[in-house]
Write a protein that binds this ligand. Structure first.
Ligand code: AMP
Length: 263
């Protein structure tokens, strides 16, 4: 049995995980659950898109065998107390800007694994830090599930598909491609032998912030398995980016993340 956990507002990225799961497994289960414990008080939990009937139709088209759509009180019934503490891996990068976020993610994923009991679970590389944390949890807690991480699905101009892209207006949507462009540029510079993050940072920041629609939160040059920051940008290397949208309107203050792994 294959399992694809999601928060819904399904797009081609999610569908690619379902297709991968179909190729690996006889049966597939998709969960749709907007997990409140991974959102901080100032984040977009209530505004998170929840187009359930469209999502169910998409699952049907992909021949999903079962869609699990629990309500919050099913996952967190009265008296709920126990949570996962991710530790150091959850405090780096995204975790620095979103304290507690990965504890919420790990807790809900562990609960979903226990309820669904899959053999294989598929996650997207788009949320790279999340995939590393889930792999760590499976090892540390001896969970009987195999984790597969599938490539990021992108728009034709390179922007990583995300449920939050619908909030971008014309200008910020165009500017958002700077995130991917910065990653591609950095990857090629690393391949050409540039090894100091300091030689890459400045130009990447300018590419991301060009036009004033986005403000860079971090560029992380790190070890792909431990996520520890690296002083030298020598492969194997993960480059992680987060940028916040500044454009007034529905995208304002939302975070957009992307990454590239260089082997
Ligand atoms: P979410 O619904 O945002 O929690 O994402 C559910 C799963 O879909 C996670 O494993 C994500 O990493 C994955 N995902 C999100 N966007 C993409 C994408 N553009 N390409 C591939 N996987 C993705």
């Amino acid at each position: 049995m294959g399992f694809v956990p999601t928060m819904g507002a399904l797009h081609e990225g999610h569908l690619s995980l379902m297709r991968r799961s179909k190729r690996l497994c006889d049966r597939i289960v998709v969960s749709i659950f907007v997990n409140p414990t991974q959102f901080a008080a100032n984040e977009d939990l209530s505004a998170y898109p929840r187009p359930l009937s469209t999502d169910l139709q998409a699952c049907k088209r992909e021949n999903v065998d079962l869609v699990f759509t629990p309500t919050v009180d099913v996952i967190y019934p009265e008296g709920f107390e126990m949570t996962i503490k991710v530790g150091r891996l959850g405090e780096l990068w995204e975790g620095r800007s979103r304290p507690g976020h990965f504890d919420g993610v790990a807790t809900v994923v562990l609960k979903l694994f226990t309820i669904v009991a899959p053999d294989v679970a598929i996650f997207g590389q788009k949320d790279y830090q999340q995939s590393v944390i889930i792999r760590r949890m499976v090892l540390d807690l001896n969970l009987p599930v195999r984790i597969v991480v599938a490539p990021t699905v992108r728009e034709s101009d390179g922007l990583a598909l995300s449920s939050r892209n619908v909030y971008l207006d014309h200008l910020s949507r165009e500017a958002a491609t700077g995130i991917h462009q910065a990653l591609i540029w950095a990857k090629s510079a690393v391949r050409k032998g540039v090894t100091r993050p300091g030689q890459l940072n400045g130009k990447m920041k300018r590419m991301i912030e060009k036009g004033g629609c986005f403000s860079l939160d971090y560029i992380g040059f790190c070890d792909p398995s431990t996520l520890q920051p690296l002083k030298s940008a020598r492969p194997p290397l993960a480059i992680l980016i987060a940028a916040k949208c500044l454009t007034p309107g529905p995208a304002m203050n939302r975070r957009y993340i992307d990454n590239v792994i260089i082997h």
